[in-house]
Design a binder for this molecule. Structure first.
Ligand code: ADP
Ligand code: RBF
Ligand code: MG
Length: 307
């Protein structure tokens, strides 16, 4: 069996689902055994640490979801890179339309047709893979962008500049800001995809009076290249390149050059409606994904690029 997280606003419905499942295939809920877990609440209340998941299914429910765009945004954030979001209704548009006519309060939305679907996901990190919209069957398959190893690793090197002073104080993740104009050229003529990358980072020119020598070693890192829409409003602020090094340094290192070898892209930047706690949980997940990717054979040579 697969790992499944069942999500419903109704504890009674969740209980019924769990009872039916456990009767059919009793499993241990302890340890790392694949299991059916339950979360009471709507999709936007599911914390990121429950993911990342291969796929999010909205089966026979999407028309009942009041904030469909918010739900899709939350779903895209729970899915792994390349993961899917599926909207399905096995009885299709005609049946759903009659249900909606009978109780428009419980079913505020029609199933989205191709145009409505495009409008719903505009600006979200989702694309339509396929859409079946027939009288007796509805299924829309959406995909979040795949995490990708870059065609070749990128090398960034620039002195660390001051940012907003928010990384360490508000988020618990200090980010060494690099001047964007000195580093975005490395991402090619089309510029960087805004989002989170992983790689190795090393501080150059160790200051004899400052950091301990050990601080000049290469360490794993996560980078955000983006406009911080969680803080700066939907459109975001100026482009920043921020590197959170997975190491506890003895002292701050403003002005010192930082060299970063970027190995791949983890996810697009998002606006977190849940604010700081939601972003902090996502960054923790990003760090886990980065460590896993850096530990794999695909990126074995990356560390050497910053040495
Ligand atoms: P700012 O807004 O000025 O970038 P932050 O709160 O983001 O401030 O903190 C970043 C600064 O913290 C870096 O410029 C660097 O001097 C220091 N720092 C200490 N440890 C780290 C780390 N592990 N990763 C990144 N920066 C760190
Ligand atoms: N800010 C966002 O608004 N959305 C994000 O998805 C986002 N992801 C981040 C991921 C990582 C690994 C890091 C280090 C930062 C991220 N930030 C994101 C940037 C954050 O808003 C920024 O570091 C602080 O505002 C301090 O400048
Ligand atoms: Mg910073």
């Amino acid at each position: 069996m697969e790992d499944i997280l069942a999500v419903d606003v109704s504890p009674a419905m969740l209980g019924a689902g769990l009872a039916r499942h456990n009767a059919a295939s009793p499993t241990s809920l302890s340890g790392n055994a694949p299991a059916l877990r339950a979360w009471t609440g709507d999709i936007e209340s599911v914390p990121t640490y429950q993911g990342p998941v291969d796929a999010v299914f909205f089966n026979s429910v999407f028309g009942n979801v009041h904030d469909q765009r918010g739900a899709l945004d939350a779903a895209s954030g729970l899915a792994r890179p390349g993961g899917r979001v599926v909207l399905s209704h096995p009885l299709g548009r005609a049946w759903h339309g009659r249900l909606r006519a009978a109780d428009p309060e419980a079913v505020p939305h029609a199933l989205p047709d191709a145009g409505a679907l495009d409008a719903l996901i505009a600006g979200l990190p989702l694309r339509v893979v396929s859409l079946i919209d027939e009288a007796d069957c509805y299924a829309a398959v959406l995909e979040v962008p795949p995490g990708f190893a870059l065609p070749a690793p990128l090398l960034l090197e620039a002195p660390v500049v001051a940012g907003f002073g928010r990384g360490s104080r508000q988020l618990g993740t200090p980010t060494a800001n690099l001047p964007p104009d000195q580093v975005v050229g490395a991402f090619g003529p089309a510029g960087p995809s805004l989002g989170v990358y992983f790689g190795w980072a090393r501080l150059l020119d160790p200051d004899p009076e400052g950091s301990a020598p050990a601080d000049a070693a290469p360490y794993p890192a996560v980078l955000n290249v983006g406009r911080r829409p969680t803080f700066e409003g939907q459109a975001g602020g100026d482009l920043t390149v921020e590197v959170h090094v997975l190491h506890r340094y003895a002292a701050d290192f403003y002005g010192r050059p930082l060299r970063v070898a970027v190995g791949g892209f983890l996810r697009p930047e998002r606006r977190f409606a849940g604010g700081v706690p939601a972003l902090v949980a996502q960054i923790a997940a990003d760090i886990g994904m980065a460590r896993a990717a850096l530990g794999g054979p695909e990126h074995a040579g990356l560390r050497g690029m910053v040495e």
